[in-house]
Design a protein. Structure first.
Length: 307
C-alpha cells in the first residue's frame, strides 16, 4: 500500500486497565480507529494511531484533558505519556511485523499475518490477517479466550452425532477487524454473522473476510437498537463490549442465543467481572468457563439446566 502523504504516529503510553478507554479517546479525537499492543518488558500498553495531518497544539491539549478525565473516572491511566513523530510507511510496516505475531490454537487453528512463513499443520484451519493503519490487530488479551471457546465448542459438537449432522451458527457482536467471525467460518460454523457500530470496522472486516475467501454476513449494527425478539438464534454468540453495555443489553444478547448455546463475554476488567456475572446469572445463565489474563477477565455462559 503506497502512502504519498506524510504519515504521523501518535502514541500514548498507558496501562491495560485503561487501554480501551484511551483507544476510544484517541480514535474519537482523530476520527479513526486506534490500535494497541502490550510491551511485556515495560508492562505498558501503547495505544497508537496513524494520521496524515500534522497534529495541532489544540489536539495535544484536548488529548491530555481526555486522559485527565479517564483518571477522574477511577481508571489507572499510567504515565499517559504522549509521543508524536513523523514516520515513513516502511517504518510503520516493520513496526507491525515486530508486534503482530501468529496465534496458534493446537492443531485446529492458525492465525497469522501474510509476512509470516509459518505454515498450517495438516487439518489446521488458516486465517491470514494483516493489521491496517486504523484498526486493531486482534492481539488483545481476551481475543485468545474467544478463539479457544470457538475451537472447543466446534470440537465438542463434532463428537456429538446429534450436532455434527448440522452446522453450528455463530454471531459476533462488536466484530472489529472480523477476526472471530472469519475464524468461525474457517472452523466450519455456518451461518456466521457479525456486526459493529463503527462503519470503518465494517469496511475492514469485509475486506478481511474476502481476502480469506469466507462467506459471512457483516453489517453495521447498534446493540442498543436491536429488536428484543430476534428472527433467529445462534449456537455460539461472542460479545466483546464494555461492562455497562453488556449489563444494560443482556436480555437482547441472551435472546439471540440458542437454548443449548454458548455465550462468550470478553473485554471485561477483572474488577467488573463479578457484577457482569451476577447480572447474567439473574437472567438465567450460568458460568461454565472463565480466564483471567492481566487486568482482563472473560467468561463463557450457558443456560441453566432445569432439574
Amino acid at each position: 500500500m503506497k502512502i504519498r502523504k506524510p504519515l504521523w504516529k501518535i502514541s500514548v503510553a498507558t496501562t491495560l486497565e485503561a487501554e480501551d478507554a484511551v483507544s476510544e479517546l484517541v480514535g474519537s479525537l482523530l476520527d479513526g480507529r486506534a490500535s494497541a499492543y502490550f510491551d511485556v518488558e515495560k508492562r505498558t500498553s501503547i495505544v497508537s494511531i496513524f494520521f496524515t495531518k500534522k497534529i495541532s497544539p489544540t489536539i495535544r491539549r484536548t488529548l491530555r484533558a481526555g486522559l485527565a478525565r479517564i483518571r477522574e473516572c477511577g481508571l489507572d491511566a499510567g504515565a499517559g505519556t504522549v509521543s508524536i513523530r513523523r514516520v515513513r510507511p516502511q517504518d510503520w510496516a516493520e513496526s507491525w511485523k515486530r508486534h503482530f505475531k501468529p496465534i496458534v490454537l493446537g492443531n485446529t487453528l492458525l492465525i497469522k499475518p501474510s509476512w509470516s512463513r509459518m505454515r498450517p499443520k495438516p487439518g489446521q484451519s488458516l486465517v491470514v490477517l494483516d493489521p491496517g493503519l486504523s484498526f486493531g490487530t486482534g492481539q488483545h488479551p481476551t481475543t485468545s479466550f474467544c478463539l479457544q471457546q470457538l475451537v472447543k465448542s466446534r470440537v465438542r459438537a463434532q463428537r456429538r452425532p446429534d450436532i455434527a449432522a448440522r452446522c453450528q451458527s455463530f454471531l459476533d457482536i462488536g466484530t472489529g477487524s472480523g477476526i472471530l467471525a472469519i475464524a468461525a467460518a474457517k472452523l466450519g460454523y455456518q451461518p456466521v454473522e457479525a456486526f459493529d457500530f463503527d462503519p470503518e470496522a465494517i469496511r475492514i472486516a469485509r475486506a478481511n473476510a474476502a481476502s480469506n475467501g469466507v462467506a459471512l454476513k457483516i453489517y453495521r449494527g447498534d446493540v442498543t437498537r436491536l429488536p428484543s425478539r430476534p428472527s433467529k438464534q445462534f449456537d455460539v454468540v461472542c460479545a466483546n463490549l464494555i461492562s455497562n453495555l453488556l449489563i444494560a443489553e443482556r436480555k437482547k444478547i441472551i435472546n439471540r442465543l440458542n437454548r443449548n448455546g454458548l455465550l462468550v463475554l470478553a473485554g471485561i476488567l477483572t474488577s467488573e467481572f463479578s457484577t457482569v456475572k451476577r447480572a447474567f446469572e439473574r437472567s438465567g445463565l450460568e458460568l461454565v468457563s472463565s480466564r483471567v489474563e492481566k487486568e482482563w477477565m472473560s467468561g463463557a455462559f450457558t443456560h441453566c439446566k432445569k432439574i
